[in-house]
Design a protein around this ligand. Sequence first.
Ligand SMILES: *[C@@H]1O[C@H](CO)[C@@H](O)[C@H](O)[C@H]1NC(C)=O
Ligand SMILES: *[C@@H]1O[C@H](CO)[C@@H](O)[C@H](O)[C@H]1NC(C)=O
Ligand SMILES: *[C@@H]1O[C@H](CO)[C@@H](O)[C@H](O)[C@H]1NC(C)=O
Length: 807
Amino acid sequence: MRLTRVTVQFNCVVFCLLWQVAFGDVSYSFQEEMKRGSLIGNIAKDLNLETSKLSSRNARIDAAGNRKRYCDINLNTGGLIVADRIDREELCGEKLSCVIKRDLVLENPLELHPFSLHIQDINDNPPQFNEETVNIEIQESADRGARFVIEEAQDADVGQNSVQQYSLKKNDHFILATSGNTVELVLDKELDREKQDDINLVLTALDGGSPQRSGTVVIHVTVLDANDNVPVFSQAVYKASLPENSPVDTVVVTVSAADADEGINGDVTYDFGHVSDDVKKVFNIDRKSGEIKVNGAIDFESVPTYDLRVKAKDGLGLSSYTKVTVDITDVNDNRPVISVKSLANPVPESVQPGTEVGIINVQDADSDNNQHVRCSIQQNVPFKLVPSIKNYYSLVTTGQLDRELVSDYNITISATDEGSPPLSSCKTVQLSVADINDNPPVFEEQSYSAYVSENNKPGSTLCSVTARDPDWRQNGTVIYSLLPGEVNGAPVSSYLSVNGDTGVIHAVRSFDYEQFRSFKVQVMARDNGSPPLSSNVTVSVFISDVNDNSPQILYPAPEGNSFMTELVPKAAHGGSLVSKVIAVDADSGQNAWLSYHIVKSTDPGLFTIGVHSGEIRTQRDISESDSMKQNLIVSVKDNGQPSLSATCSMYLLISDNLAEVPELKDISYDDKNSKLTSYLIIALVSVSTFFLTFIIIILGVRFCRRRKPRLLFDGAVAIPSAYLPPNYADVDGTGTLRSTYNYDAYLTTGSRTSDFKFVSSYNDNTLPADQTLRKSPSDFAEVFGDSNSSPEVGACHVTFLRSDKRF
Ligand SMILES: *[C@@H]1O[C@H](CO)[C@@H](O)[C@H](O)[C@H]1NC(C)=O
Ligand SMILES: *[C@@H]1O[C@H](CO)[C@@H](O)[C@H](O)[C@H]1NC(C)=O
Ligand SMILES: *[C@@H]1O[C@H](CO)[C@@H](O)[C@H](O)[C@H]1NC(C)=O
């Protein structure tokens, strides 16, 4: 290039000279920046002009327009001199040839001689860079060989005087490469910002002039950070321990990573690496600070350990990872859970103590001590818990169950763990007891008594029995029935019936007190269980008397067929017992309490009758004037309401002598068949006499034993038992009185007292232990006791014998 330019320049000079010669044109070549006045050439001589005439011809240099002339002519010598500073760079810039055209003007005659000035360059300008300092930034990651263009230096000079070469001050990283006008820094060795983050290079530009000029520039290389460092965690593994249920925002652990890079490349942010969504729900990480905090519910029971992968990332995406292990520590936050695995419900009440009725399982989700559970049961139930395998317990009965006492149990099982504070829970197990037919029906009373008046209507209600059975449903349903049996030889069902459902007892027929006064039946109450249970009760039926029987006079024989006559000794004193009216009443009590009255008598003042004893006594001493035959009509009344009565006639003969008896005939009623009657009387009297004698002998023996002096025979009245109607007395072969209710009277005269002995034979049937007869024997005693106080009647001793075994 330089060479080329020089050649051109040289060629031009040659050409100009030739051109000047050929066309007569003159040119001069000279260096710029010559001093003013410096001689360029002798133009006059070159143009063959006379020097002497130059002044006179007014020679001058003319420039077209107002342009600078740059040169002038010395009129004396005809030399061309520099008139102004000629700066080639100013005039021609970068043009290789710099030519100024001027004219030499002469007058007289006018001549115009053009000439040209060729300005030669001198090295008057150094190479210059645009700036003193060039800043470039290079990534530290730039590869070896990378090129970085530097703006080239400028040199106003041309040709050889312009920039010819560059040099770079020696350094570690860069070399220079130039080609044409371009200047490039070539990276010869990689940069490392972390070692050296800026480099100053000095670049020098040299021109080809002589003396050589140069210009320098400082290249300031800033090594830009490349993200060539990964963040580094302070620990390879972070371990943290966290109690469960820690509140949100509790700091678990803080991770930190350092990055050697700077700026964004060293800006570490944290995040979770690949973790499950569940973990993300539980923890969060602060992107800036690396604080891992609780974000959700921490439950040891669901996840005891978390392994978190944490990523640290710098701004441009280099990242590294660490592991954070969070061990959750257990807190006693789970109550024991009681579950009933099996339950025999209902439990029959008959199970033996110690029977397993259920299996209970207790779980606690916590661990260790928080998991250890103690189980208990409330005290007042007949059950206990027996520990079985692991967390299983058997629910076992401890005593006999009784559905009738407690039919349902609410068994409260409580479980407490050993945590601190302990947690507990309860569960109530409802258990019912199933019925077993273990209770027989029980009558409300030990025995029942029913009272009914005789002559009742068939079908009337007597009483009702009630039995209770506490068992359940049919096991407690009571059915009543009569137990088969006999009353007086007839089946009980012909007397009574019982309503199976209600226990009401009805009479089937009408009862007759005189036939029987009481009877007992057995009523059974049976439940409907299988097998059924039953119990029996005795129902005593007491028939009470109604005054439906009029008194029956036994002695004397009823009117009409009586020819009995009592003998009254003439010497009888007032008050002597002469006879006795004997009457019975089939009824009892007041209905059988008889009173005697004389309704009519031959001599009203002579005889009196004991109102209750029926004893006929003389009222005064018998006198001779008294009629021998006395006739009394006696009425016997019972005390019933209304009362019933009977009458009889009594014939009395005042005589000491039985020989006077034939007069009896006169006394007696006119009788057609008196002969037969008299035979009968004789037979009866003799039998009676015999019987009386027999009794008297026995009595005599008795009285002798008692050593009580008594008159043997003082107007004694004997009543032969044969007079008793068959249903009142019966003498069987052994002579034992068998009748159920028997009056046996014997009387002694003379002592003026009478022993009137009731011999009543009771069966156990008729007199129950609780003395429920309406009229007890003592009632009679009172009645007779009253009569004792009566002055007209002698003292009367009544003996009751409960049993005829005394005989
Ligand atoms: C058992 O609990 C049930 C329901 O709470 C209640 O109705 C019943 O009366 C209780 N039984 C006993 C025997 O406490
Ligand atoms: C009655 O008792 C029997 C056992 O004696 C029992 O099997 C039955 O279930 C009971 N009936 C009811 C209704 O409870
Ligand atoms: C009731 O009486 C009947 C018949 O005599 C007898 O079979 C049954 O065992 C008795 N029941 C009781 C509980 O005594």
